[in-house]
Write a protein that binds this ligand. Structure first.
Ligand SMILES: C=CC1=C(C)c2cc3[nH]c(cc4nc(cc5[nH]c(cc1n2)c(C)c5CCC(=O)O)C(CCC(=O)O)=C4C)c(C)c3C=C
Ligand code: FE2
Ligand code: FE2
Length: 388
């Protein structure tokens, strides 16, 4: 029997304030996060936005203790998963590959190769698939595989694109919600507020990102499992930049519920399984304040799953099922046969025409001038459009 491995994919987060700028640079350098028509703009824009956004972002990380807890929690999840697999009779090593910060995906693959892993399950810690999250990590892995053909020979891999509909995960979520509901004075009067991380609407409508559908299906499954009379709302948080994102926006939905007279509200973060800046800072501090202003006097939140035992148990079952019957290859996830244009920059490459070349030049001039103005004045287009 060969050596088994499970690679957990996650985003990564700055561990100290000094990491914030380079972390943001890595994030904005990713074409799956900022989709630009011209690849050469990516580096300069990533530098510009990360430099200008760093201060505001650092302030948010300062409010949660000076760094993201993501690495620590992901390591705890990996350890719990490894132990659970072992209890179930499967000896597998669990690795962590972060997309934008340590331990990077590249390092994880180097270790996996050195350890002689022969069967690998690639398991994102995002329950729902998005081009901007799991898709981005899969794309990176595909590139790593292309750059090192020995990986294909050594490792039989299988990819889990998403798992929001796993019964154990849905049960664990419903259990956490029920626990919180029961602590309210009148549990049935509480409004359940599912808050998912947003993505620009063009990801869904133009690029065919299944994210919104998976979020909606996931919410419906959890509500069904919970089987309580509470009304519920689904909204999208953490918008960045000038374009339209999935709606309703969390801040608008909170205002509206406040105006309708809702007093007791329980927020359920559903697109991420660890505590992170957007639960600890954005929900617990920013949205709480906004909700209280809107008249929602009793604002509480369901904790993230972290190492919830039912959740880890389900992840272990999922990993074992995938090891036993490998199914999807990276190439199949990345280039699906169905009619979905999952990876936008491929389209742009096809669209490189003379007209695009002319626009290249014009945009370079506009961008350069805007950059100078912004750097001198500290105010400008990027502030105006909301990227900073
Ligand atoms: C399912 C979860 C996530 C989706 C979808 C997602 C898309 C997405 N994110 C940005 C921009 C930023 N994200 C940032 C941090 C961040 N994002 C997620 C998850 C999803 N992102 C998490 C868990 C975190 C926090 C990690 C941590 O440190 O705890 C940040 C940096 C923080 C900040 O400055 O606000 C940015 C920027 C875009 C543009 C996007 C979709 C295109
Ligand atoms: Fe994000
Ligand atoms: Fe945010």
């Amino acid at each position: 029997m060969g050596r088994f491995g499970v690679l957990l994919l996650n985003l990564g987060g700055p561990e100290q304030l000094g990491d914030v700028r380079p972390f943001l640079f890595n994030l904005f350098s990713d074409p799956e996060i900022i989709r630009l028509p011209f690849p050469w703009l990516q580096g300069p824009l990533a530098w510009l936005i990360s430099t200008l956004r760093a201060q505001k972002s650092q302030e948010n990380y300062r409010q949660i203790g000076g760094g993201s807890p993501l690495r620590r929690i992901t390591e705890e999840q990996a350890k719990a998963l490894e132990e659970c697999l072992s209890r179930k009779g499967t000896d597998a090593k669990v690795y962590i590959g972060m997309r934008y910060w340590h331990p990077f995906t590249e390092e994880a693959i180097a270790t996996i190769k050195r350890d002689g892993v022969e069967k690998l399950v690639i398991l994102p810690l995002y329950p729902q698939f998005s081009i901007s999250t799991s898709g981005s990590s899969f794309r990176l892995l595909e590139q790593i595989w292309k750059d090192d053909p020995s990986l294909e020979r050594q490792i039989e891999h299988t990819v889990v694109p998403s798992w929001y509909n796993r019964p154990g995960y849905v049960r664990a979520m419903a259990q956490l919600i029920a626990q919180q509901l029961n602590q309210f004075e009148e549990p049935d009067r509480v409004h359940l507020f599912f808050s998912a991380h947003g993505v620009p609407i063009s990801y869904v409508e133009e690029a065919g990102d299944p994210y919104q559908q998976e979020i909606e299906d996931c919410t419906a499954l959890i509500v069904q499992q919970l089987n309580r009379p509470n009304p519920h709302t689904l909204a999208y948080q953490s918008r960045v930049g000038p374009v339209e994102w999935l709606k309703p926006y969390t801040e608008d939905a909170l205002e509206e519920l406040g105006a309708q007279g809702v007093k007791d509200l329980l927020v359920v973060p559903i697109s991420f399984v660890s505590e992170h800046i957007e639960t600890l800072q954005e929900i617990d501090i920013e949205y709480r304040e906004l909700a209280e202003h809107a008249g929602i006097s009793n604002f509480r939140r369901v904790p993230a799953l972290n190492t919830h035992s039912g959740f880890i148990d389900d992840l272990a079952n999922l990993a074992i099922e995938s090891l036993e019957s490998p199914s999807l290859q990276l190439s199949e996830v990345m280039h699906p046969k169905k009619n979905v244009k999952m990876y936008p920059q491929e389209r742009w490459e096809w669209g490189m025409t003379t007209a695009a070349e002319v626009w290249n030049g014009r945009l370079a001039m506009i961008g350069f001038i805007a950059l100078i103005v912004e750097l001198i004045s500290g105010q400008g287009l990027l502030h105006y459009v909301g990227l900073l």
